[in-house]
Design a protein around this ligand. Structure first.
Ligand code: DAH
Length: 345
């Protein structure tokens, strides 16, 4: 029948049937996955596929014939899709022909994908939190951009103290102008002691693990950013013996049962008396951080009753703990992101 003699619906249906026939033909004769894919693009392609073009003709169909035309359109689409699925299935095993393939060599090693893992410092932090958690210390956090009250003043470090020297701290010039208050990247996690005590009453047992910043030149044992573990315990009757017991339990858990700990007199503005804690490792005493009994001036700064409460605090370097445990001799290795190094942990 010549097109002129048929209704729009009839020619629409006829065209769709021809399209389906052509699609079946193409998918049926495809002799590779590549050809199946080419046929898919030609017939089902979202932009210029032939089905898409036929679909546009639906607009020309008179309203009363549209439901019938639409149904036919859907049927044809499903049939083309089915032809495509069937063709694809024929080649499902094409990509691996196994031992029938003359280029297949079963003695070659396969390819494995590598799993990522946590950075050694993150692993150390998790382990330290775990150990201290078992001793009843829960984690506490504070900001890395601090004000002078939390980094110095409340810690009994007055304005003229050399620890506040601009050469020893990263002061932020822009931020300090904003509201007239000087800010800096915290130089110690002792800041978190203040933040915790400002917000809670004793008894307190917390640790804070995080980054601190100092303008040191990088060398095997220094880096301008490193991590500290701060410990704080406040209660009635806390004393140096409590502190030493906790440090010993910590060393026992982290380094091993036979590792002795000793404390030596030292000085920190926020503790009185202050001590330096060492552990015996690889035949020698090695320092692992500062500690002491909280200075009453610190308690006054946070409004604690100095007659009733006493407390201890300590601050240990996380990098050092990580390095001795893994035999790392240069702190810079931890921060150059060389996967050949990081993969070992
Ligand atoms: N904040 C000290 C530092 O960075 C370490 C420290 C010493 C922390 C004594 C303490 C402490 O809590 O009691 O060098």
């Amino acid at each position: 029948m010549a097109p002129g003699n048929s209704s729009p619906l009839e020619s629409f249906v006829r065209e769709l049937d021809a399209l389906l026939e052509a699609a079946r033909q193409s998918f049926g004769s495809a002799s590779s996955l590549q050809q199946v894919e080419e046929a898919r693009v030609a017939f089902l392609g979202a932009k210029s596929g032939r089905f898409k073009a036929a679909q546009k003709q639906l607009g020309q169909i008179p309203a009363d014939a549209k439901p019938t035309a639409g149904q036919h359109l859907n049927r044809v689409k499903n049939e083309i899709q089915a032809a495509f699925d069937a063709a694809k299935a024929r080649f499902a095993t094409e990509s691996f022909r196994g031992e029938a393939d003359p280029t297949f060599d079963r003695t070659l090693p396969g390819t494995t994908s590598r799993l990522g893992r946590l950075h050694p410092i993150t692993q150390t932090i998790n382990e330290l939190m775990d150990i201290m958690g078992r001793l009843g210390f829960s984690p506490a956090y504070g900001p890395e951009v601090e004000d002078e009250r939390h980094n110095f003043e409340a810690l009994n470090i007055p304005a003229d103290h050399p620890a506040r020297d601009p050469l020893d701290n990263f002061y932020l010039s822009v931020a300090s102008k904003r509201d007239g208050e000087t800010r800096l990247l915290r130089s110690q996690t002792s800041t978190v002691q203040i933040r915790v005590m400002e917000n809670r009453q004793p008894p307190i047992r917390v640790i804070s693990l995080g980054r601190v910043y100092r303008p040191d030149t990088a060398d095997p044992t220094h880096y301008p950013m490193f991590h500290q573990m701060e410990g704080l315990m406040v209660d009635e009757h806390v004393n140096l013996a409590t502190l030493k017991t906790v440090l010993q339990l910590f060393a026992t858990n982290y380094l091993g049962a036979s590792v002795p700990v000793r404390i030596r007199p030292s000085f920190f503005p926020f503790t009185e008396p202050s001590v330096e804690a060492d552990y015996f490792w690889n035949g020698k005493w090695t320092e692992f951080g500062g500690a002491g009994i909280i200075d009453p001036n610190v308690f006054k700064a946070v409004g604690y009753d100095t007659e009733r409460y006493t407390g201890f605090a300590f601050g240990l370097g996380v990098e050092r703990l990580c390095m001795i445990r893994h035999g790392i001799i240069d702190i810079r290795n931890l921060y150059t992101n060389d996967v050949r190094f990081l993969r070992q942990f």
